[in-house]
Design a protein around this ligand. Structure first.
Ligand SMILES: N=C(N)NCCC[C@H](NC(=O)CCC(=O)O)C(=O)O
Length: 446
């Protein structure tokens, strides 16, 4: 069996309804930018520019499509009836927050699309996918159906790929996908250790938990995913996130830690029991020594880590070490910028830093790492997946033209009730499924 593998990154293409609705309690940026005017076109182009730059450097880059928004079937489920325009008008009048929720372009943050386990780790040696239930937030809880369809359309060959439905839709099984999951390994094709980070234990009232903000991921959910994916104790580590960090605005683990290969880059306040996390990984990691890159509070205060999204960076193999792809905000905060200069000047595993402008997404709490879903793929698995979503120069050009043709450059909360916006979205997405060759994955296409 061929062992060579790469890590493919699947970025969420930002949808035409990208807006700032303040929907995510516990996510500082989302709350502080509520009602700001958004620019969906710029958001989508910023995302595409990030994908293109990484693809140009030789990284395998894929695209996941946005979802149909506003989602009329959800409004019907909530009792609204009549024509689409009547439904939008009624919801805007008596429930603008619900209208905003069903209009959110939040599926762009594909780190929350699913948890993916590499075939080198799973019992049946297939790549396993479980869409995240995301039930901590209503606007995100409606994503998993279409996410599941898209993933099945892209990774359809059952000889290589296994798909599971999302976990039960209750908070005890709250699951936020890959944002709380990192894989450590000697090389992408080698057996690795999958680190599941959870915020609380659902069925133990006495276990430590944050006091202010919600813990979105539970231990029980993480354990269920590991079982479904066929990860035994040699391949899975469960670690609790520091509740104080959640209360400081770290709503997902990928806001305070990121791993790649044998490197774990994290803030000293990331885990409840740091020594244990490192020991558990070390005990299981084969063929490589764990290389922790620990950032001290005295170098980067937690509040600066949250404001800059330093840890929401992509950590990628590069010819001479590892590249950290950081959001532009990291150069605007002095402690972080100074830390990054020292990091690359030192002799650690992270040898380069590159800045990416994803400001439109950042204002909703989504950095470079939120925008991508990682899938480790052996060469034969990469061949077996649907090729139409892999970014080439041609696809980049087509998607850029598509965005420029269909997206507005300003959107306010009031615009969400505009029936024309719904029509524009459906028209754009119908064309997109053709461009990406995905088949009919949207409700409006049935
Ligand atoms: N860290 C990772 N992996 N993902 C970031 C997700 C950001 C997203 N923001 C939002 O959903 C805000 C939407 C609004 O307020 O309009 C969330 O909180 O779930």
């Amino acid at each position: 069996m061929p062992k060579h593998a790469i890590e493919a990154n699947f970025d969420g293409l930002v949808g035409p309804t990208h807006n700032y609705a303040g929907l995510s309690w516990g996510n500082v940026a989302s709350k502080s930018n509520v009602n700001a005017e958004s620019n969906p076109r710029e958001a989508a182009l910023q995302g595409l520019a990030k994908m293109k730059r990484l693809a140009d450097r030789g990284y395998v880059q894929g695209v996941l499509p946005p979802h149909e928004r506003p989602h009329i079937p959800t409004l019907r489920q909530l009792g609204y009836s009549g024509s689409d325009a009547e439904i939008l008008a009624a919801a805007a009048k008596d429930n603008p927050v619900v209208l905003a929720a069903v209009s959110s372009a939040s599926c762009m943050w594909t780190a929350n699309a699913a948890t993916v386990s590499a075939s080198a780790d799973t019992a049946d040696h297939r790549v396993h996918f479980t869409p995240a239930s995301l039930n901590a937030k209503f606007h995100r809880s409606i994503e998993h159906v279409v996410t599941g369809r898209a993933l099945k359309a892209i990774f359809s060959d059952e000889a290589y790929f296994a798909h599971h439905p999302a976990l039960p839709p209750v908070s005890q099984f709250g699951d936020e996908g890959a944002a709380n999951h990192t894989r450590l390994c000697a090389a992408h094709g080698e057996p690795g250790v999958e680190l599941f980070v959870y915020g609380a234990t659902a069925f133990d009232d006495d276990a430590p938990a944050p006091q202010r903000f919600p813990a979105r991921q539970t231990l029980e959910a993480s354990q269920a995913i590991a079982r479904l994916h066929g990860l035994d104790d040699r391949h899975a580590v469960f670690a609790q996130q520091n509740p104080a960090a959640i209360d400081a605005g770290v709503f997902h683990n990928d806001v305070i830690a990121v791993g790649n290969g044998n490197v774990l880059f994290y803030h000293e306040q990331a885990f409840l029991d740091e020594a244990r996390v490192l020991a558990d990984i070390r005990q299981r990691l084969k063929g490589a020594e764990l290389a922790p890159v620990r950032v001290a509070e005295s170098d980067v205060p937690l509040v600066d880590a949250v404001a800059s999204y330093l840890f929401n960076s992509q950590l990628l193999n590069s010819p001479d070490g590892m590249l950290l792809a950081v959001p532009g905000e990291c150069r605007e905060i002095e402690s972080v910028s100074r830390y990054l200069d020292g990091l690359v000047a030192g002799d650690g595993p992270i040898t380069a830093v590159e800045v990416f402008d994803v400001k439109q997404s950042m204002r909703n709490g989504g950095g470079p790492a939120c925008l991508r879903l990682r899938v480790a793929l052996r060469d034969d698995e990469l061949q077996a997946m649907h090729q139409g979503v892999l970014l080439t120069d041609e696809l980049y050009q087509r998607l850029t033209t598509w965005v420029e043709a269909h997206y507005r450059d300003r959107l306010t909360q009031a615009d969400l009730a505009d029936p024309l916006l719904l029509q524009e979205c459906r028209h754009a997405l119908d064309e997109l499924t053709g461009i990406l060759g995905l088949g009919m994955i949207y409700d409006f296409q049935h």
